[in-house]
Design a binder for this molecule. Sequence first.
Ligand SMILES: NC(=O)c1ccc[n+]([C@@H]2O[C@H](COP(=O)([O-])OP(=O)(O)OC[C@H]3O[C@@H](n4cnc5c(N)ncnc54)[C@H](O)[C@@H]3O)[C@@H](O)[C@H]2O)c1
Length: 287
Amino acid sequence: MNLQNATIAILGSGTMGYGIAQVCASAGHRVQLFDVQASALERALKNIETLTAKAVEKGKLTAIDRLALLQRIQATTELQSIRADLIIEAVPELLALKQELFQTLEPLQSPGAVFATNTSSLSVTSIAQSLNRPERCIGLHFFNPAPLMKLVEVIAGEATDPALVAETMSFVHHLGKSPALVRDIPGFIVNRVARFYYLEALRIVHSGVANHESIDRLMEGIGFRMGPFRLMDLIGIDTNHSVTQAIYNSYFQEPRFRPNLVQQKKVEAGQWGVKTRKGFYDYPEDR
Ligand SMILES: NC(=O)c1ccc[n+]([C@@H]2O[C@H](COP(=O)([O-])OP(=O)(O)OC[C@H]3O[C@@H](n4cnc5c(N)ncnc54)[C@H](O)[C@@H]3O)[C@@H](O)[C@H]2O)c1
């Protein structure tokens, strides 16, 4: 299978799904974008339209190419209609959900179809176990925002076919991205290291030593592009919390990865960051 000619389906059109759809469509692929919520799909298409319009304004894309890109993306709420050579899931960080979707879709695809997961922290090996052909499953971990971030972690599960690993590395180059092959450990490399950027900042706020604005100002003041709280708002506080929980549990509840109550309260309050227009900061409609 040459993934460079693949038809692609993206499962989940949230923060990551719509960005990955844009990346794939701009590399010439036909993309089916699936979500259970029609409103999420609407928002996703609107976001892609806005981002690509900005690219035209900046002279990075022609108006004709933009139109062709948009026409390559087809949105659907019908899971049963998904037929693709490459399926990339970007649904919430829940093992059972990811496994169930792959299990449902596998019999509907051709035997060579590839099942890729954008998980940040779950075991690619475990996700692959939901398939009759686990050798066709691989981790393809994009970063947020997907159209801008060059790095993509490629994760081989225990059963992943080595030929698929090589093919996926080439595919990431073809998307104009820079792949890094990493081992299937909880959080892989980036999310394992970055955990402490978020957790230590949350611990400081929890202990009352400093507030989130001060911490962000200090970290940005020494050159980090975004302070930890602004970054959690961008990622999605709910997603970031789920990732911490998954990493904590996967490392047998090592205390250094322990999730934080400040973050949990934000999740419970539905203040999930940019996507809900309120997180540690406020995001009015016009911003
Ligand atoms: N947010 C980030 O910065 C980031 C970065 C890299 C990887 N990831 C990973 O990407 C995945 C998605 O994260 P996100 O931040 O885009 O989440 P999100 O909450 O922004 O979006 C998830 C989308 O999935 C949809 N959904 C829920 N159940 C579904 C189902 N059964 N079938 C199809 N769609 C369904 C939701 O309606 C929503 O639109 C997670 O595994 C996360 O760990 C996130």
